[in-house]
Design a protein around this ligand. Sequence first.
Ligand code: NOJ
Ligand code: CA
Length: 555
Amino acid sequence: MSQLRTPASTPRTTDPDWWRNAVVYQVYPRSFADTNGDGLGDVAGITSRVPYLASLGVDAMWLSPFFPSPLADGGYDVADYRSVDPRLGTLDDLDALVRTAHEHDIRVIVDVVPNHTSDEHEWFRAALASAPGSPERARYVFRDGSGPAGDLPPSDWVSNFGGSAWTRVPDGQWYLHLFAPEQPDLDWENPEVREDFERTLRFWSDRGVDGFRVDVAHGLAKDLSTPYRPSDEKALPLDGSDPLYDRDEVHEIFATWRDVLNEYDPPRAAVAEAWAPAPRRALYARPTELGQAFNFDLLEAPFDAAAFRGIIQRNLAMSEQSGASSTWVLSNHDVVRHATRYGLPLGADTDAWLMTDGTAPALDATRGLRRARAATLLVLALPGSSYVYQGEELGLHEAAAIPRDRLQDPKWIRTGHTVKGRDGCRVPIPWTTSGPSFGFGSVAPHLPQPADFGASSVEAEDGDPASTLSLYRTAIAARRRLQQGEALTWIDAVDGSGVGVGGGSRVVAFARHDGWRSVTNFGADPVPLPSGTVIVASGPVEDGMLPGETTVWLD
Ligand code: NOJ
Ligand code: CA
């Protein structure tokens, strides 16, 4: 075995499998805490809030990109992978954050964005300054155009943010970007690209970073010989023959990454953002590759017993098969917050709702939060790791009425102002009940916060046993004590109806280690509470009844 590298700073606990059952808190750095009064969250701000994360009881934090970036896509347009955006701090600040986190036994996961760079990355500048066919262009995907004059894009591929996936440069060639034009795609057949990313993985691992979240992991391998691709997502082949996504060749890249991650003690963890259909998603999570892949099924599911039950069963079966551990995600920086999704009528189109500034259809905010709390408590009882997105522990709703002239998401521009995009969940979180940015910083924040945000601040919720913050704290602490192994046993008749798993019951119940049970009533009406001691409940439980839209843990 080659010599294992010892990191600069290490967490107090040394379990190499820490990630299998971890609660991972996602920090969106620019919207977390601003210490130097420029309206933008910074690395020192995150460090100052590590004690808060410790009080929440999380095992790790995942930092969305903090690298130098012109911010064409919230930092997912990286200009330098081995540095810190000067507006957010310095490498020393990052080292201090990792050290402080480790002192609190919190691991740090860094976001790597390998599918594309920023158009301000030195490689892309060099590509533009060089001739067609040059080695500088060969790190990206440059092609001649189609049509007699070459003035049509090389293929009909569309960008995820709307419009063509090709942009023309002054000398007539076109380059590929699956996202914004400011995010040119790299060519992963080029060995120089592969070597550079291995260097990046080592760079952060050497600094003590504990793991990586891999952006658009399913997009790195492409078949450029196929110009046609159906624009209707439903018509896409899901068997690895799509020219752009989830191709078999991509796995060879991650097998190499695993070798790099295993050079460290403990091996660095990794989780793939891979929008691939369920059985193929498991491939990214194999122990010989990244170890985990995000399971986004709950982001797209309604608050419904059968939907949750099916998703849980499928994902647990899948991770058992691949040797991975499952992941659970209810919210992240790309979707409408789950308290809000669950408060809208079933099937509501959230993009259309945002275009009405959140007025139509009407949001039932109380119900949405009640359901969100129930869903969170259920998910925290599951084997595998739970990802918590900043602010969900405060029960925040989507900020749906951000003035149009303040929107930052490239989707807003690329869709000709027809889709607002994701800024509503990226608004700086409230720490205090009042102040110019509710404690986020000393001046107005880069994205405006709703006027009522203070009521959901850490200050308002801290110490209130009924608050969502208290629910998360209590549940995460109890989970730490209870969560052992990865076994789950379904209980199929808790509501006395005898309706079994997979049946029409509105109750989802399962037992974990040593008789610990989680019971969720997805229905509106109360059901009899099963016997046992209530360890934690997502809402008030009285008179031996489990109210509607409520989860309890029982011992
Ligand atoms: C997925 C990230 O989560 C999202 O925020 C970003 O826009 C795209 N990848 C492109 O990097
Ligand atoms: Ca700042």
